[in-house]
Design a protein around this ligand. Sequence first.
Ligand code: SAM
Length: 288
Amino acid sequence: MNRQKSFQNENGPAVYLVPTPIGNLSEISPRQKEALENADVIACEDTRNSGLLLKSIGIHKPLIAHHEYNAHTSSTGILKLLEEGKKVAVISDAGYPLISDPGSELVRLASQAGYPVIPVSGSNAALNALVASGLETSHFLFYGFLDAKSVRRKKELESLKSLPYTVIFYEAPHRIEKMLEDVKEVFGDRQICLARELTKLHEEFLRGTISKILPLVSQLKGEMVVVVQGCPQQTDRSFEETVRMASELAASGIKPKQAAAKASEESGFSKNEVYQEMMRQKKEQEEQ
Ligand code: SAM
């Protein structure tokens, strides 16, 4: 059991988890700056990258490398700094440290040793993408990066495919096409939102089914987040009610195939079967 009162000894040693902008530098907040200014040392992934960012906001502090490959040794080094009474701010190249970035071992060790670990609010690519995706936001799962190898990636997707929650993935531009092909194969042709270059000049959102977005992705560059609709859940709606709903949507002006797809989306019935039945009933009515 470990209970932390973050602000009981503000002059004492502590770890501050400080997010940095994911693109637009004006998203740096007064509290983030204050935490960085008050730190004795800043632990960062890449001292050159972060050095430039910190210089641009007028912060000059000793930097230490804390990245994926040295996380264990640098965490123990940071613990020594805490023992000396130092305040350590942890940043990553962009966004929140620990979110698909290093820091979790340090947080575990520092909190176990009784040092406060204080999170500062800020930017995160996954949440920016989620809130603008147009997909369900009340329940979601952040997955981060899938495996780079297709066989392992499909296995991971198999374990996620029945979850009713919106799923958020990070992906590199050179893998996006193969990744989306695998998501389509395992999950089916769900609604997605591909969010690109968030907060930057070329910020863009592509919303639609995977099959509609796939032909465009080979031309897309930059940083990407893929938000995927959760597994459509079987509702209590019967097949007949689903067909009636599709017919009503079609009568309101939506194209029949789209109407069938929309009505079957939530009910779990096959959109083709709903469409065939809808057309059969329409023909029957016309013949009467
Ligand atoms: N810690 C970061 C965060 O809180 O979002 C994520 C770091 S992870 C190593 C980098 C990945 O985040 C990128 O490959 C991309 O998938 C996503 N990402 C980061 N910045 C982004 C941006 N401006 N637009 C879209 N995706 C971004």
